[in-house]
Design a protein around this ligand. Structure first.
Ligand code: FAD
Length: 388
């Protein structure tokens, strides 16, 4: 089903992204990222120069000013995922544009914007967002990393885990406790910079998939962080700032899920048309035809849903529960499509040389991060029933 959200400017942008992929995303590079567990900085710099990253940075700070218009970011995801590098380069780009930049662009003081955004637009500075801790993830108000006020700044102590881009980031937007108890105003977001004494990027975690993008444990031992790094310059706004950006994060996961589903359909079509069994292509068995028909229909419905969500987001009208619907529904469908795709590949579906297999392993986390799908259902249920 043809999508109608894109205009000529987006088509031109898509060509640019494809051109970039042709030049920079070689098989050798992808293998290197997976071996290193991270995307090299030179590629990030080149991607920013070509306009693939830095899309959410306001124009006055050197970006494309597309924080509210997710269509360009969607194109980046769609094309990178099709090329097979979804969990590496698309992942790293997503952390920069969807998780790190928005906190500066939306809530930063003028001085913070001036200091960070121009360098984030070029990827000279890479960011990360650290909320989750070893002892708490879904229940964010259970975090124990503290930032205690001292002369001219804060002393931060604690640990974060599962932080995407946590190893490569030059600065981490960190969710900390600045007050007592667990009321929303007890929390703040503070920028912790690489090289600050007592800040350790820890180890890269070994994961089931997404091997080309770093995920790390961070630790903070008596880290002095100056006042100027408190996002927005006022204590106690961290929880609300997170809540305001979560719809974007959840929309972005939905987009990735739809893009992977579409790519999985393509890989499966190609494979089943060329693989023969009992004297005919696997694609010609009635079961395969029905499964492919279901996959294609689901992909169309996903995009219709996502495109509607992107329009709402652009108008500033995508609510928390709608974003939660997008996140959980799309990632559940993605999982079914990938499972079906793997099945139709037979034994090759289990071999990681195949893009369907890597996508299957990479995508498992989509139902977990960005808020688990159980928590998403809770958010939707609260809105539907009006009960906590
Ligand atoms: C690869 C990867 C990358 C990540 N990147 C980041 C990042 O960049 N920054 C960051 O801050 N975090 C990141 N995370 C962390 C991720 O967001 C958390 O893992 C996730 O929110 C779940 O938290 P948890 O692991 O503590 O699980 P828990 O909260 O301990 O949940 C365990 C189980 O209990 C269920 N559960 C919990 N509460 C409820 C409830 N109220 N109702 C029903 N069921 C419930 C959950 O759904 C889950 O099934 C990442 C995680 C991974 C694996």
């Amino acid at each position: 089903m043809e999508r109608d959200i894109y205009e000529e400017i987006h088509d031109d942008f898509r060509e640019l992204v494809k051109e970039f992929i042709k030049r920079y995303v070689t098989q050798e590079k992808m293998e290197q990222w997976e071996a290193d567990g991270e995307v090299d900085r030179a590629t990030m710099l080149a991607a920013a120069e070509q306009g693939l990253v830095g899309l959410s940075v306001p124009e006055e700070f050197g970006g494309a000013g597309m924080l509210e218009d997710y269509r360009f970011r969607s194109i980046v995801n769609e094309e990178l995922i099709k090329s097979g590098t979804g969990a590496s380069l698309a992942g790293a780009a997503g952390i920069q544009d969807d998780l790190a930049v928005p906190y500066l662009a939306r809530f930063g003081t003028d001085a913070q914007k001036q200091k960070w955004l121009p360098k984030m637009a070029t990827c000279e500075v890479l960011g990360a967002l650290a909320m989750t801790e070893p002892g708490t993830g879904s229940d964010l108000r259970g975090v124990t990393t503290t930032a205690k006020k001292t002369d001219g700044g804060y002393i931060v102590n604690g640990a974060k885990t599962f932080i995407s881009s946590g190893k490569t980031a030059d600065m981490v937007v960190t969710f900390v406790k600045t007050g007592e108890g667990n009321r929303p105003d007890a929390f703040s977001l503070i920028i912790i910079e690489s090289g600050m004494e007592g800040f350790d990027h820890g180890r890269k975690l070994n994961k089931m998939g997404a091997h080309g993008h770093d995920t790390a444990e961070l630790s903070f031992v008596d880290v002095f962080v100056p006042d100027e790094n408190l996002i927005g310059g006022v204590e106690g706004h961290g929880f609300v700032q997170l809540m305001e950006n979560l719809p974007l994060e959840r929309l972005s996961i939905g987009v990735v899920a739809a893009a992977i589903s579409e790519a999985a359909l393509g890989w499966t079509l190609e494979y089943t048309k060329s693989r023969e069994a009992f004297g005919k292509p696997v694609a010609d068995f009635q079961n395969s035809r029905f499964r492919l028909a279901e996959m294609a229909t689901t992909v169309d419905v996903m995009w219709a849903f996502i495109d509607r969500a992107m329009r709402l987001f652009q108008k500033g009208e995508l609510s928390a529960d709608e974003a939660a619907k997008v996140k959980f529904w799309c990632t559940e469908r993605e999982w079914e499509i990938l499972d079906q795709g793997v099945q139709l590949h037979g034994g090759y579906g289990y071999i990681t040389e195949y893009p369907i297999t890597r996508a299957f392993l990479d995508a498992r986390v989509h139902r977990i991060y960005g808020g688990t799908n159980e928590v998403m259902r809770e958010i939707v249920a609260r809105a539907v029933t009006g009960r906590k």
